[in-house]
Design a protein around this ligand. Structure first.
Ligand SMILES: Nc1nc2c(ncn2[C@@H]2O[C@H](COP(=O)(O)OP(=O)(O)OP(=O)(O)O)[C@@H](O)[C@H]2O)c(=O)[nH]1
Ligand SMILES: [Mg+2]
Length: 305
């Protein structure tokens, strides 16, 4: 019942999505995919980091393919749960926890102690491992900028990997011992060659998982504005101080530009829509607009990524 209600609330986005195909598979990702395929052979559990705001869109089919080929169990970590709607996150957990060979947990690397759940939850997925002779070997995988290296640093309680709020910070794998009976490997963020569904590309771009060169911020911000207008209109009013009644998503960007004085220095001082779009995206990404999930179970069908 809850899942059905959530699905209805999110379905609007499919009808109102602008067509914008986003593809981003730079050379280092191809190398990273090959390295991952090799490493999967010598690990016990894949720790797949998803973005809790878009668990399905951030679930990389390449990773699933590699995992199933080697029959490795997976802990799906819905990270950045501090930015997502808790009720929707729970619906995703219920769904994933029914899948064979999968456990799922929601956490925030910003909350002290959350990351410690990861090794504890991996252990039952590979019960034969966890000794000096047979350490439990975990491989962290996921799309870019989802918090993989942050999790690695939290687990090790020191800064072994660079982190940054942009995609493709990590370029090579890095393995560390957690203790005498556990080891963990961080890996570069991976997307996949062809993102067939434009909706998925827009969701990935909204959470900043795609390289800036291939993204049109105005189109992505309008996509986000469509969702906010439908589900959380009051948040726009509270944050920017304008009434949203009868506004379109394009109007929202204009209204932010006016309120924030985003004006072009050339072209007679018209509205700088690109700057206003970046204001909205930045406010969304850092949580200023509140905890917002962008998809719920069942809102996208078989038309997988
Ligand atoms: N709000 C929030 N931010 C997080 C969380 N975990 C990580 N971040 C932030 O997300 C950004 C990306 O973190 P990284 O650890 O570099 O992500 P990554 O997956 O290693 O990224 P790549 O190496 O580029 O693939 C950083 O700004 C982190 O501070 C979380 O749970 N909540
Ligand atoms: Mg990283």
């Amino acid at each position: 019942m809850v899942a059905l209600r959530l699905r209805e609330q999110f379905l609007f986005t499919r009808k109102s999505v602008p067509f914008m195909s986003i593809q981003w598979f730079p050379g280092h990702m191809n190398t990273a995919r090959k390295e991952a395929a090799k490493t999967i052979e010598v690990i016990d559990v894949i720790v797949e980091i998803l973005d809790a705001r878009i668990p399905n869109a951030s679930c990389n089919p390449l990773i699933e393919e590699l995992r199933l080929a080697r029959q490795r169990p997976s802990l799906k970590v819905l990270n950045k749960a501090d930015l997502a709607d808790p009720a929707v996150t729970q619906a995703w957990l219920d769904l994933y926890n029914q899948q064979p060979g999968v456990s799922a947990v929601a956490l925030s690397c910003n909350h002290a102690g959350d990351s410690a759940k990861v090794p504890q939850l991996c252990q039952p997925l590979a019960p034969h491992r966890n000794t000096n002779a047979k350490p439990l070997r975990m491989l962290i995988m996921g799309i870019p900028n989802v918090g993989k290296s942050t999790l690695m640093n939290r687990l090790l309680k020191r800064r072994v990997a660079h982190v940054g709020d942009e995609p493709a910070v990590t370029k090579v794998q890095q393995r560390h011992k957690l203790n005498d009976h556990m080891a963990i490997t961080d890996s570069p963020g991976l997307l996949w060659g062809t993102i067939k569904d434009p909706h998925v590309g827009l969701l990935l771009a909204t959470v900043n998982a795609v390289g800036h060169k291939v993204v049109d911020d105005e189109a992505v911000a309008e996509f986000l504005a469509t969702i906010l207008l439908t589900r959380y209109p009051a948040r726009l009013t509270t944050r920017y101080g304008f009434a949203v009644d009868s506004l379109t998503s394009a109007d929202v960007i204009d209204a932010i530009a006016r309120k924030r004085g985003c004006l072009l220095t050339r072209s007679g001082g018209g509205l700088d829509r690109d700057k206003a779009a970046r204001v909205l995206l930045s406010d969304y990404r850092n949580g200023t607009l509140g905890r917002t999930s962008l998809e719920a179970p069942g809102t996208r069908s078989e038309e997988r990524n």
